[in-house]
Design a protein around this ligand. Sequence first.
Ligand SMILES: Cc1cc2nc3c(=O)[nH]c(=O)nc-3n(C[C@H](O)[C@H](O)[C@H](O)COP(=O)(O)OP(=O)(O)OC[C@H]3O[C@@H](n4cnc5c(N)ncnc54)[C@H](O)[C@@H]3O)c2cc1C
Length: 378
Amino acid sequence: MSQARQYSDPDEKTLALATEHAEVFEAAVESGRRAGRKAAKKKLKRAAKHGGVKLSKALREATLRDAEKAGGRAAYAAATKALRKAAARMPVPTAPAPLPRSSTVPPTALPGLLFDVDQSPRIRTSGSQVVLEVLGTEWLSRSMVRIIAGGEGFADFESNGAADQHVKLHFANPSLGLVPPYEMRSLRALLAREDLPVSRSYTIRRHDTVAREISIDFFIHQINGVASAWAAGAKPGDLMVISRPKGNFRPDASAEQHLYLGDESAIPAISAALEMLPRNSLGKVFLEVNGAEDHQEIELPAKMTLSWIHRGEEPSATSKVLANSLRELPAVHGQVEILALGERSATQDIRRLLTHWDLDQRRIKVSSYWRASRLKHA
Ligand SMILES: Cc1cc2nc3c(=O)[nH]c(=O)nc-3n(C[C@H](O)[C@H](O)[C@H](O)COP(=O)(O)OP(=O)(O)OC[C@H]3O[C@@H](n4cnc5c(N)ncnc54)[C@H](O)[C@@H]3O)c2cc1C
């Protein structure tokens, strides 16, 4: 990690730095766009003059727009390089001053771009984002890692208490040096689409107000996922940027039986729901994983049963084992609560099967947690 730049008056310096960068970026990207469009126009004109194919009005406009974007991107890259160089040349004082605990910089003054993660003071929240620090990691099985996060941002997170409460995690390309929280509106105006931070949904597995920690359990599916790859390599000190929570499933203690089923992505929500059930609850749990090494400790009421369903060599994208385990059950009737979460086509199968059972629809929650990408699994 490079030596952190320190400030005697951090808020003032932060604002100055951010504003300065914003102006540089806005100006660079704007003139890059204009230059891209102008250059493409010139080329099209020259091509037409030399007998090239004449483009339709729509195609011509699309080509100019692409050129405009490419120009903006090139200017953005050049500005990044120049700012990094300038930041590296700034003097480093000998007596370090403490970093600000939280910034008073108004979000409107910050375009979401502070430069160089290593050199900028950190800011805690913006609008709907909460910035936490990774405190530790724990492997729960061969394929599931728990990320425990907290720090100053913990105070900004308000749990909604649902078993399936989930947040969006925001991931920025580390090579861009963006510092969270990300001001998406400004970033959209400044960055090419492929450079914008991306988000993925995850369940809050634990919200511990005593330890002031939040735990999220990630399935490491190894099919090139930004979230999964981030979690597999996360280490203390990394930043985890999350949104405010959503979700509304609270186990119904008055149900006669509970039937919970899902794949790895659902294990956190199902585990949280099981912990909320009264200890004398009845029912069954089916969890789909690859094999025995993917089992993990699950706490459940003593009279409930847990079955691990192995998909073995079958890719999770095409596996039918979860729906089959439901198909093999004798149809249940009456006051049964059902929670089914997982891959989209699996949950669709489950939903179809349940239509044949005579159940109170208000006690059924079936939700798609991810979607198999056809291209990657073809
Ligand atoms: C409300 C909600 C809560 C969720 N909670 C959790 C949670 O607590 N823990 C958890 O691990 N997941 C959870 N998920 C699922 C998670 O959001 C997705 O798996 C997500 O797509 C993973 O992002 P990624 O960047 O790793 O992969 P992506 O970039 O989204 O996808 C890359 C490739 O991986 C495949 N892929 C994505 N997810 C899976 C998977 N689970 N299994 C196999 N292949 C996959 C995709 O089809 C694609 O081919 C939740 C989803 C929702 C909607």
